[in-house]
Ligand binder design. Sequence first.
Ligand SMILES: NC(=O)c1ccc[n+]([C@@H]2O[C@H](COP(=O)([O-])OP(=O)(O)OC[C@H]3O[C@@H](n4cnc5c(N)ncnc54)[C@H](O)[C@@H]3O)[C@@H](O)[C@H]2O)c1
Length: 273
Amino acid sequence: MDITGYAFIAGGGSGIGRACAVGLAKDGAAGVLLADLNVDAARAVAAECNAAATSPTFVVDFIQLDITQEESVKHAVDHMLKLFGRADYCINCAGIGVETPRDIATADYSEFSRFLRIHVDGTFLLTRMMSAVMRAQEPKLIGSKDSGRGSSRGSIVILGSGSSFVATPSMVQYTTAKHAVLGLTKNAALDNAPHGIRVNCLCPSWADTPMIQRARDGGVDIDAYVNALVPLGRIATAEEVADTAIFLCSPRSSYVTGCGFIVDGGTTLTSHV
Ligand SMILES: NC(=O)c1ccc[n+]([C@@H]2O[C@H](COP(=O)([O-])OP(=O)(O)OC[C@H]3O[C@@H](n4cnc5c(N)ncnc54)[C@H](O)[C@@H]3O)[C@@H](O)[C@H]2O)c1
């Protein structure tokens, strides 16, 4: 895949974001900026990227980001521009998972608000800023002049979930946040289309990451969910999800925008009755 541009990865210190970063480095990206609340984790992933990189001029850096804070988002995106001069791909993997499932009748309001703040407000702040940055940069021709694919100013990938489409018992905070993130994607895709910027929402069901491990540690029986609900019969690897994120960044998906791209081993195919 022609994936030779510069990537900003929010939540790049762990799980799917980490797999995206290492995958991009391996596939020939020119540079990656890892932005994460956990700066030590981002630093460690930067070292992994350096070891995996195939471009001889590859550059990686990391920065602390709290995606819920406007100033922090601005600071990280400014750093991206200082470092690379442009942002070809933005992948937003910053997020939290449900560790204490609660039925709607007893759901905790502050927990609900926390999910909306991180997933929805955070996605809004980063997508807004990245859209403005990408609009201001020169478009790049996709393939050869006569490829018919036009040109691109950038691609934004936002992590949604199977929960962007369906509900899971006792997870109202996550279902609500992930539905909102898909709506935000659609509007951002529509507004950005005339500017040659694609925006897509990547929607996995369960992928084996530290987020899922924390849910397991908290007593959520992820393996029972996977066994009962995933037709392919196993949890996804973080790399399988990252492969799709990289596809959505690459020119191979040049006609894909505004979609909720389901990567769920068939989880949402049936009603499971
Ligand atoms: N793992 C799954 O099964 C799964 C399934 C569907 C969707 N997702 C979504 O994918 C995304 C990544 O999940 P993951 O499994 O890789 O999780 P993870 O916990 O492994 O990684 C999430 C990263 O986000 C960072 N982060 C948390 N809050 C932040 C903030 N305020 N600002 C900046 N960074 C912050 C964390 O420090 C962490 O490095 C999330 O949006 C999650 O909801 C995951």
